[in-house]
Design a protein around this ligand. Structure first.
Ligand code: ACM
Ligand code: ZN
Length: 560
């Protein structure tokens, strides 16, 4: 793994906060820590402190606090790292193997600030929290008399959910590696540890597969893009769009994410959402084509043909390369929005249905059971290679093999049903954590977006266990936010859609429900917005009643 020094300390945590006092009710950290106890009247002065650490820590943890120390060194113009060995005063990083994997504590006393953790993620998250206790000057913002003191406090913190995800669709619009890294930076700062990378769809195939070069030669390019969806006419830009990640770039992203404690979960969406692949290899479709990389949004009828054995060869070959690139235990195989109209007409599909003895019943059609067959076969292939599948909640329709994880997107009902049936589930309900929805109710002032308003209050109001019987709650692995990019073409627009809803998301993922409080959260978000300013991230100011993305010149919600 390549180690990148100073990423967290120098670029992510550039907090522009200038609080001098801690309000009684909040310490001003997002996500709100589980336990915050004020333990004295004294204050610890970071400006005078040296950093020391337990030499038993692993290399990655050492890199994290070295980053932090480097930052202090450059601010205070003195070497803040103490001679080797843990000291009894100053800023101290202590290893305690009894801590949960992502847990950390920060104990602040007048003469020492002790961070304790057992893993690199614990250390990273402690630093993310600690940085939010420091003044703007920590991040290079000019500030008169910055207050480098921290009150005596004890913070004990750990995540509610092990799976804390954020998704990005790079098919509808391609974003280069630098943008992906900035996305990962902002995720890590919010203690988000899973990046769901939606790499393939009808509108563009974005991952190099060496055995199938046409996937990127042909499948990564489309003629134009819909910029405004009216029933009639569609408004398109007439500008070709293309892009893909080489395998080397994918490895670079996976390494970068690993440094930030983030597992990258690739999605190869199948058997639907496959026109870009069909454009490259038409023999994998029911009709044999020709097909064209889609320039429209919505659900395409042309999908992979599961009647043909070469379709499975293709899927397995692609997954072989995907598994080489991504160490993730989970591979997302999509499964959403797969129309069956071509399968109904296709002799190969009908032959397969007959051979398998699939029959339409009161609940499902034979073709729906054919999709189960695809899911199960791909699941078995991945299981045989030591991996597990995640699929969108459509995979629950019909029958689903044991060990699959369901991603609930059509509301929470798929997740509720999955958990009741004993499958693991990840909650990512549209309406709450779909960041392609409008940032505010004033859609006429917002960049044109899919569907409906989803202001931050709405995101914040989601509770993952609602509707889940207590005995099934153990199956809820966590919560994820999704950003589909049909109408999101630039990095500025991308970050605008995510920030600050990511702050609400991370509290759903991290905090015990009783730690959530929208009024407290709103104050803390105000400070986060200053951080985003300092770091050059775009974000929505709707929380101040100011909808809209400054500088954006594309269609607005009101242009529908
Ligand atoms: C989805 O939003 N189509 C999973
Ligand atoms: Zn077919």
């Amino acid at each position: 793994m390549k180690i990148k020094l100073s990423l967290i300390a120098l670029s992510i945590l550039a907090v522009a906060c200038s609080h001098k006092e801690y309000p009684n009710e909040t310490i001003g950290i997002i996500p709100q820590p589980q336990v915050v106890n004020y333990i004295g009247e004294g204050r610890f002065n970071v400006a005078e402190a040296a950093v020391s650490y337990d030499t038993r820590f692993d290399d990655l943890s050492v890199h994290h606090f070295a980053d932090f120390a480097c930052r202090l060194t450059s601010i205070f113009k003195r070497d803040v790292i103490a001679e080797e060995g843990l000291k009894s005063t100053g800023i101290r990083f202590v290893l305690d193997k009894k801590y949960q994997p992502e847990q950390y504590t920060i104990e602040v006393k007048k003469d020492r600030l002790t961070v304790t953790a057992s893993t690199p993620n614990g250390v990273l998250y402690a630093i993310a929290s600690l940085s939010q206790l420091l003044p703007d000057a920590f991040y290079g913002v000019e500030e008169e008399n910055p207050d480098w003191t921290i009150p005596e406090v004890f913070i004990n913190d750990w995540p509610r959910f092990a799976y804390r995800g954020l998704h990005l669709d790079v098919s509808r619009h391609f974003f280069d590696v630098d943008v992906i890294k900035r996305y990962l930076d902002v995720m890590a700062y919010h203690k988000i540890n899973r990046f769901h990378w939606h790499l393939t769809d009808d509108q563009g195939w974005r991952i190099e597969i060496k055995k199938y070069p046409k996937l990127t030669e042909i499948g990564s390019k489309r003629d134009e893009t819909v910029v405004l969806k009216r029933f009639n006419p569609l408004v398109c830009d007439g500008i070709p769009h293309e892009g893909f990640y080489t395998q080397e770039q994918i490895r670079e992203v996976v390494d970068y994410a690993e440094y930030l404690g983030i597992t990258v979960i690739p999605e190869i969406d199948l058997p639907g959402h496959m026109i870009a692949a069909l454009a490259a290899y038409p023999e994998l479709g029911c009709t044999g084509g020709p097909y064209k990389v889609w320039t429209r949004w919505g659900v395409a009828n042309d999908v992979l043909c599961p009647g043909k054995e070469k379709t499975f060869e293709f899927i397995e070959d692609v997954l072989d390369e995907v598994m080489q690139l991504f160490p993730s235990e989970y591979i997302h195989i999509g499964g959403d929005e797969c129309p069956k109209v071509e399968w109904e007409k296709c002799p190969d599909c009908q032959k397969r249905i007959a051979e398998l003895g699939l029959k339409t019943d009161e609940e499902h059609t034979a073709e729906q059971y054919l999709q189960n067959y695809v899911t199960e076969r791909v699941q078995k292939y991945l299981n045989d290679h030591g991996r597990k599948i995640i699929g969108w909640d459509e995979i629950l329709e019909g029958k689903l093999a044991e060990g699959a994880t369901v991603m609930s997107w059509r509301g929470a009902k798929g997740g509720i049903e999955a958990a009741k049936q004993g499958y693991d589930a990840i909650m990512t309900p549209g309406g709450y954590v779909y960041f392609d929805y409008y940032q505010s109710d004033s859609i006429s002032r917002e960049p044109f977006a899919i569907c409906c308003p989803c202001p931050i209050e709405k995101t914040y109001s989601f509770e993952a266990y609602d509707g889940i019987p207590e005995e099934s709650q153990k199956h809820i692995l966590g919560v994820q936010g999704n950003l589909w990019t049909e109408y999101v073409a630039t990095p500025e627009h991308l970050f605008y859609m995510v920030l600050p809803r990511i702050d609400a998301l991370c509290e759903l993922q991290w905090c015990a429900p009783e730690r959530k409080d929208f009024e407290r959260f709103k104050k803390d978000v105000a400070r986060m917005l200053r951080i985003y300013d300092a770091l050059g991230y775009t974000y929505s100011r709707n929380i101040y009643g100011e909808p809209g993305l400054p500088g954006y010149t594309g269609p607005l919600g009101g242009d529908r």
